[in-house]
Design a binder for this molecule. Structure first.
Ligand SMILES: NC(=O)C1=CN([C@@H]2O[C@H](COP(=O)(O)OP(=O)(O)OC[C@H]3O[C@@H](n4cnc5c(N)ncnc54)[C@H](OP(=O)(O)O)[C@@H]3O)[C@@H](O)[C@H]2O)C=CC1
Ligand SMILES: O=C(O)[C@@H]1CCC=N1
Length: 280
């Protein structure tokens, strides 16, 4: 389904790079099917061309009519201008996909020609190693065949979840931002190891293997995190003592608040840009 498609990334930052890397690793797209552009940083475009062999083009020179899927990958505040620049140039068969936090499908539709096909997705940077948890929600006019093509593209980058748009802000708080929470946890685990004299490379490997192993247990054994946690916790043992400290320092509450704040920021971005449909 993707073999005849040309995909253009409007934005060439961390998220675009992670998606490009994932798509190429899966060999579903060839480098010459991918175009990347940005606002002005030509050195960055050269970097992507050198690393991935993709076509990089100044945004004024995009070959609009040859592109099937446009992926908006700039910061949310640039969305309005980017959609305006697409509005007069697109035909109804072309699809606009946004990875931007807080940009709703109705915002996209309102800023494009009536009937334009749009899809809102929320990947995370683990796309780079094909392990993203990515959400997808469709616009009003998007054809089933294009949903399938975009799903196929996103599956190159990890698992895809088709969700209701009302859940997108929450999904962003859990999975879009989620890798950062784990990196934050890992930074803290590493720094205790370093503080007590473990070699830097060794502690990094120990921490990442521990996090990886825990996620793999949930995925492969299909057992709940609660049962798995209980299995680790011997009565009056080390884990019980560690978990008590986590509870005393409100570790669980901190994680819940991180998700709620991130989700609420996604809603706020929608509101700031106008055209927002806030969840009740
Ligand atoms: N990073 C993440 O983990 C995730 C990010 N997202 C979303 O992805 C989007 C991009 O994030 P991220 O990659 O981190 O951001 P970056 O700041 O790394 O990259 C932003 C890119 O957008 C380019 N840009 C700005 N304006 C335009 C424009 N009008 N046309 C084309 N390109 C433009 C910039 O170009 P220049 O450098 O030339 O200014 C830059 O290449 C955000 O909206 C974010 O919500 C979604 C999920 C996860
Ligand atoms: O921090 C952000 O706004 C983006 C969206 C999800 C992850 N990064």
């Amino acid at each position: 389904m993707l073999k005849d498609k040309t995909v253009a990334f409007l934005g060439a930052g961390s998220m675009a790079e992670a998606m490009i890397a994932g798509a190429l690793q899966a060999e579903k797209l060839l480098p010459n099917q991918i175009i990347a552009t940005n606002n002005s940083n030509t050195a960055r475009l050269q970097e992507l061309a050198n690393e991935y062999g993709v076509r990089t083009i100044q945004k004024e020179q995009l070959p609009y009519k040859d592109i099937d899927l446009f992926i908006l990958a700039m910061k949310p505040k640039g969305a309005r201008e980017a959609l305006r620049s697409l509005k007069e140039r697109l035909t109804p068969n072309q699809v606009v996909i946004s990875v931007l936090a807080g940009i709703t499908t109705s915002f996209m539709e309102d800023h494009l020609q009536g009937g334009q096909q749009v899809i809102r997705v929320m990947p995370n940077t683990s796309s780079m190693v094909q392990q993203s948890a990515t959400a997808l929600t469709r616009g009003k006019h998007t054809k089933a065949e294009n949903i399938e093509a975009v799903k196929e593209l996103l599956q190159c980058m990890g698992k895809v979840f088709v969700i209701k748009e009302e859940q997108m802000d929450l999904f962003t708080g859990i999975a879009g931002s989620g890798p950062a929470y784990f990196y934050y946890l890992m930074e803290h685990m590493e720094s205790v190891g370093l503080q007590y004299g473990m070699p830097k490379e060794q502690i990094r490997e120990i921490v990442s293997q521990t996090v990886y192993g825990a996620a793999k247990m949930v995925i492969e054994k299909g057992t709940s995190p609660t049962i798995l946690r209980e299995n680790v916790t011997s009565p009056n043992g080390t884990t019980a003592s560690g978990l008590k400290a986590l509870a005393d320092y409100k570790g669980g509450e901190a994680i819940s608040q991180a998700i709620k704040h991130a989700a609420s920021r996604s809603q706020q971005i929608s509101a700031e840009l106008g055209g927002a449909k806030l969840n009740s």
